[in-house]
Design a protein around this ligand. Structure first.
Ligand SMILES: *Cc1c(COP(=O)(O)O)cnc(C)c1O
Length: 376
C-alpha cells in the first residue's frame, strides 16, 4: 500500500476486541498476566501500551522498516540515540542544527568527551574531510534548521558505509512522506513528532525508526529502562494526526512556495532560504531525493531595525517557537530556537539579528501573504 493509505488508516480497526475504527486510548498502567510463565503482550505501560503499539507499528510501516519507538519528546528520542554511543566516539554532525540537539551534546553529554565535528553537511568536500580517520556516527538534519541547507544523502551514506559509521537522519522537517531515508541507506531516522507528524501544536512527542534488529533491541531497552515514553492519550492524538499528514503537508508546501516567491521579490528582504525556489542552490539536489520541498523557510531582512515591530504586528502569523502545525508561526532563531548555540558559531553561520524563520500552516495563502506585506 502507498504511504498515504497507510497514514489514513493509522490505528484503524487495530483493536481486535471491538473492531473500533479509531484505536482506543488504553488508559491502564498494568495488565493481567494469564498464568505464571506467560505474561501476554502487555505487562506494564512503560514497556508498552496497546495505544502506543498501534502508533509504533504505523510509524514503522510508513518508514518501510520493522521497528519504531515513540518517546515523550523529540529530545528524548535524540537522547536515546546518543546513548548508543561510547565515550570518545567520533560524531560528524550538521552545524546549523536544532539548538536542543546541540545543547544535549555540548552539555548533557559533556562528560562523554565525544569527538564532535560540526560541519556543513551540505558541502561534500567538508563531508570528505570530516570522514578522514573514520567516524562512529554521522547525524544529519534534512534540511538544516534554520538555514534549510540540503545534504547529499547518497554521498554521505556511501562514506558512512565505508567507515562503518551509523547514519542517523533527523527527518523532522520533510517526514517519510517526502523522503524515505532508509532507501538511501540510513540506519536510524529520528523525529520530533511534535512537529509535522502531530501537526496541531498540541502534542509533544518523539519517534525513532530503525531497520536493524540488534539496534532496535538496544533502543527498545533504553526506552523501557529510562522511561521517557509516550503516554496513551498522546499516542492516540498522534495516531489521529497521522491520518491527515498527507493533506496537511501538501497544503502547507503549496502555501510555502507562494510565500517564498512573494518574499524573494520583496524589497525589504535580502535573501530567502527555501529549497523549493528554482534558483535555490539546493533545488536540484532536494528534488532528486525528496517528493516535496516541505513548508519551512527562513529569510534575511536587509535591516534588523523592524524585526521587533514585525513580530509584534503580525495578525495571521503567530510569533512562537515551534513548527509543523496547521497554524503558521514566525520565529526569531537568534534568541529563540538557537539561543543555546555559541555566539561565534551563530555569527559564522549567519543566524543573526536579521534572520526570521517561517513555519507555514494551512491557512488561506493570500491572508498569510497580506499579513507579511502589511508588517514588512
Ligand atoms: C523540535 C525539534 C527537535 C526536538 O523535539 P522536541 O519534540 O521539541 O523535544 C529535534 N529536532 C528538530 C529538527 C526539531 O525541529
Amino acid at each position: 500500500m502507498d504511504i498515504e493509505t497507510i497514514l489514513s488508516h493509522a490505528g484503524s480497526q487495530w483493536d481486535r476486541l471491538t473492531g473500533a475504527i479509531s484505536t482506543p486510548i488504553y488508559q491502564a498502567t498494568a495488565y493481567k498476566h494469564p498464568y505464571l510463565g506467560y505474561e501476554g503482550d502487555f505487562s506494564y505501560s512503560r514497556t508498552l501500551s496497546p495505544t502506543r503499539q498501534a502508533l509504533e507499528q504505523t510509524l514503522a510501516r510508513i518508514e518501510g522498516v520493522d521497528y519504531a519507538y515513540t518517546f515523550s519528546s523529540g529530545m528524548a528520542a535524540v537522547d536515546t540515540i546518543f546513548r548508543l554511543l561510547k565515550p570518545k566516539d567520533k560524531i560528524i554532525i550538521s552545524e546549523d542544527l536544532y539548538g536542543g540537539t546541540f545543547r544535549l551534546l555540548n552539555q548533557t553529554y559533556k562528560s562523554y568527551d565525544f569527538d564532535v565535528l560540526y560541519i556543513d553537511t551540505s558541502d561534500n568536500d567538508a563531508v570528505d574531510k570530516a570522514f578522514k580517520g573514520g567516524a562512529t556516527a554521522v547525524f544529519v538534519e534534512m534540511p538544516t534548521n534554520p538555514l534549510l541547507k540540503v545534504a547529499d544523502i547518497r554521498y554521505i551514506s556511501a562514506l558512512a558505509k565505508k567507515a562503518g559509521a551509523l547514519l542517523i537522519v533527523d527527518n523532522t522537517f520533510l517526514t517519510p512522506l517526502n523522503i524515505r531515508v532508509f532507501d538511501y541507506g540510513a540506519d536510524i531516522a529520528v523525529y520530533s513528532a511534535t512537529k509535522y507528524l502531530s501537526g496541531h501544536n498540541d502534542v509533544l512527542a518523539g519517534a525513532v525508526a530503525v531497520k536493524d534488529s540488534v539496534l532496535a533491541e538496544r533502543i527498545q531497552f533504553t526506552q523501557n529502562a529510562v522511561g521517557a515514553v509516550l503516554a496513551p492519550f498522546d499516542a492516540w492524538l498522534l495516531l489521529r494526526s497521522l491520518k491527515t499528514l498527507s493533506v496537511r503537508l501538501s497544503k502547507q508546501s503549496e502555501n510555502a512556495i507562494k510565500i517564498a516567491q512573494f518574499l524573494a521579490e520583496h524589497p525589504a528582504v535580502e535573501q530567502v532560504n527555501y529549497p523549493g525556489l528554482a534558483d535555490s542552490p539546493f533545488y536540484e539536489r532536494l528534488k532528486s531525493q525528496s517528493a516535496g520541498f516541505g513548508a519551512m523557510l527562513s529569510f534575511w531582512l536587509k535591516s534588523s531595525e523592524r524585526v521587533a515591530d514585525i513580530l509584534r504586528s503580525v495578525k495571521v502569523w503567530t510569533f512562537a517557537e515551534s513548527l509543523g502545525g496547521v497554524e503558521s508561526l514566525i520565529t526569531y532563531p537568534l534568541t529563540q530556537t538557537h539561543s543555546s548555540i555559541d555566539a561565534n558559531i551563530l555569527e559564522r553561520l549567519g543566524i543573526n539579528d536579521r534572520l526570521l524563520r517561517l513555519s507555514v500552516g494551512v491557512e488561506n495563502v493570500d491572508d498569510l501573504i497580506t499579513d507579511l506585506k502589511n508588517v514588512l
